[in-house]
Write a protein that binds this ligand. Structure first.
Ligand code: TXA
Ligand code: MG
Length: 386
């Protein structure tokens, strides 16, 4: 199958939406931009189209999908026994990056929700997404448009990288505004609860609506019996190993930690280096601007090089001078919270993957409200096993 990229950015010509909207109606898949990440869309009423979504993404069957709508009136076609809180929340945040879990309307095929009696719903604010839903005239299920386990796509060519030849259309709407998936709030089990943190935080919700949520508990083990099934997988992950550099007000101590982290990785990798004869290890750093600066201004990279060489000296019996660490550094501004870190994260993961790095060290942003979603995705990328 040939995958056509339809360019809708910076000029959005509505007539270009007609062929992909027709494709949605006919049961084909269309990738489209949303304000969070790109979605892989299918007609929510056609089981065979939804089956294709699972196949194309190589997504586990037990991971339900989010239904995307353009008009509040459509909600009743998707959900039943809709609580008042749903209307209050959507009034406050729709269209936008908020997904609600509600009781499912039987009119929707079971495969949408992987057999659960509930359904996830959201109203994207991206103009292209809205037009696609509006013109096709049906609710659209859309998981993120990546291969399962890979970082979610925040640009059209990320989708192309993962899904070329497997879907007929990708709508190019430029870069996603937020870069991380929507906040998911469950309204089906008594007290409203955040299942997946996102740009809209518990605090935003309380401030705007007065609705109190069971706060997302970053320490709660969501791995064994997660309420949002997608949360149990290693996720959002680059091919490289991801390690997190803890926060510490003392910059010097953080630099020392960074050195330790990298050397720990080299030590762990010794066996592989020995077996493969690899003499070039690529280290990516995704650091807040202050640490990036002190890393550059210090002689840290040199120090790490020397210590790494000493660590592997016996492996290369005298030829360790050929052994080299290569650094790739990217930084973000955290003076106003973690929004920029969140926005860049997936994009940088993909960039680092293309550079075939062995390790990615990322700085933690656990202090701010906006850091909760960033830390959640980082934590999942850093899990060792699938
Ligand atoms: O921002 C987003 O939400 C993006 C864009 C494309 O809209 N979509 C997205 O979809 O992130 P996906 O499929 O990658 O993640 C959907 C998450 C999964 O963790 C899934 O388990 C959860 O939503 N989910 C879907 N239906 C659910 C349900 N009925 N109950 C609990 N969790 C559900
Ligand atoms: Mg996803």
């Amino acid at each position: 199958m040939k995958t056509k990229i339809i360019s809708l950015y910076p000029d959005f010509q509505i007539e270009k939406i007609y062929p992909p909207a027709q494709a949605i109606l006919a049961g084909e898949l269309v990738a489209f931009p949303t304000e969070t990440v790109y979605g892989l869309g299918a007609n929510a009423y056609l089981s065979h189209a939804i089956e294709k979504v699972f196949q194309v993404k190589e997504r586990p069957q037990d991971n339900p999908l989010i239904v995307h709508l353009s008009q509040l009136e459509q909600l009743k076609q998707i959900a039943i026994n809709i609580p008042q809180e749903a209307y209050i929340l959507f009034q406050a945040f729709a269209p936008g990056p908020l997904t609600l879990i509600l009781e499912k309307n039987d009119r929707l095929p079971d495969i949408v929700s992987s057999g659960l009696s509930t359904v996830a719903v959201r109203f994207p604010s991206n103009e292209i997404a809205k037009a696609l839903i509006e013109i096709s005239g049906v609710p659209i299920v859309a998981p993120s448009a990546n291969l399962s386990g890979r970082p979610s796509p925040t640009q059209a060519w990320h989708v192309y990288e993962d899904l070329k030849g497997k879907i007929p259309y990708i709508l190019d709407g430029g870069k996603s505004s937020y870069g991380l998936e929507s906040t998911i709030v469950d309204l089906t089990s008594g007290k409203a609860e955040i299942l997946r943190p996102g740009h809209i935080s518990a605090q935003d919700i309380i401030q705007k609506t007065g609705i109190h949520l069971m706060e997302y508990n970053r320490n709660k083990q969501q791995v064994t019996r997660p309420k949002a099934p997608g949360q149990k997988y290693r996720h959002y992950s680059p091919a490289a190993k991801v390690m997190i550099l803890k926060e510490n007000p003392d910059l010097k101590a953080r630099l020392a930690d960074l050195e330790k982290t990298i050397l720990f990785f080299i030590k762990e990798k010794r066996q592989i280096l020995l077996e493969t004869g690899q003499k070039n290890v690529r280290i990516a750093l995704f650091l807040s601007a202050d640490i990036a600066k002190s890393f550059q201004e210090s002689n840290s990279s040199k120090l790490i090089q020397e210590q790494a060489k000493a660590l592997v000296a016996d492996l290369f019996s005298g030829q360790e001078s050929d052994f080299k660490l290569e650094f790739f550094m990217e930084s973000y501004d955290n003076s106003k919270g973690a929004a920029e870190a969140a926005h860049k994260l997936y994009n940088k993961f993909r960039e680092f993957d293309r550079k075939k790095v062995d390790l990615i060290v990322c700085t933690a942003e656990a202090q701010s409200d906006s850091g909760i979603a960033y830390m959640n995705r980082l934590g999942k990328a850093a899990i060792d096993e699938v």
